[in-house]
Design a protein around this ligand. Structure first.
Ligand SMILES: N[C@@H](CCC(=O)N[C@@H](CS)C(=O)NCC(=O)O)C(=O)O
Length: 238
């Protein structure tokens, strides 16, 4: 089997990875024991690089085309897929061993995926401000330009308010975990939703100041550091 190719985003952090959307296919590929290589792209070059390989664009708020990462290229089938959720869906259909959408759960997990993002969305100012700090100067400038179309500037100065909003979101998620018995969001059954939750936590751990990550780790009895560690272990990434 030829290694699949995952396009991920560069940062100035050791080991590069930080971005939650490319992290999701990385976790899926590793969970499913599929061989893959990672090609790293500067945030400011994503559109040029993804257009040049023939990836499919999506739309920005203003209607213009945007090419995003992650993109997955599978030389075994010729597939070239954009969007983390579509990549997960493709990998599940093409490589069904070790399911990530068990018991036909893909429709429910798709719905949960956007609900989960809704819990984090209120705190995006602080998260975007921290993300810009770990990019190269050119990518940080580009990132601030495009992301401020969704979340208007200024991004700093509201840290306390954002922390409260983020904690509220995680309290809601914690309540959902209390409805099941096992360590996963679907009880004893591991799924893509666990990967979605973990990849967001990984983003926080990578971009935030150490004391800020410690703060999140302390919420809900240390639940979130534990979830990240459990999912990384399950996906053989720890
Ligand atoms: N829904 C997409 C979102 C991907 C996305 O927005 N990627 C960002 C980086 S995390 C991107 O490539 N942005 C490029 C740009 O805005 O120019 C997914 O899940 O893959």
């Amino acid at each position: 089997m030829l290694p699949l190719v995952l396009y991920d985003i560069l940062s100035e952090l050791p080991g590069n990875n930080f971005s939650p959307n490319p992290a999701k296919p990385r976790f899926v590929l590793s969970y499913k024991d599929l061989p893959f290589v990672t090609l790293w792209v500067e945030y400011s070059d994503i559109s040029i690089a993804m257009k040049s390989i023939g990836a499919k664009p999506s739309k920005r708020r203003d209607g213009s085309d945007v090419y995003t990462a992650p993109v997955l290229s599978d030389p075994n089938t010729g597939a070239l897929i954009s969007d983390s959720l579509e990549i997960a869906s493709y990998l599940e259909k093409t490589y069904p061993e070790k399911p990530i959408f068990p018991n036909n759960s893909e429709p429910l997990i798709r719905a949960f995926d956007s609900a989960h993002f809704g819990l984090i969305r209120p705190a995006l100012k602080t998260l975007f401000a921290r993300t810009a700090e770990i990019l190269s100067p050119a990518s940080a400038k580009f990132f601030i330009g495009v992301r401020s179309m969704d979340i208007p500037l200024p991004w700093d100065g509201k840290y306390d308010e954002d922390w409260d909003l983020l904690e509220k979101g995680y309290n809601t998620l914690y309540e959902l975990y209390q409805k099941t018995d096992g360590k996963w969001i679907m009880g004893d059954t591991f799924s893509y939703e666990d990967i979605v939750i973990a990849c967001c936590l990984l983003w926080f751990k990578r971009i935030l100041k150490e004391d800020e990550w410690v703060r999140i780790s302390s919420w809900n009895g240390g639940k979130w550091a534990q979830v990240l560690a459990d999912v990384e272990k399950e996906c053989k990434l720890a």
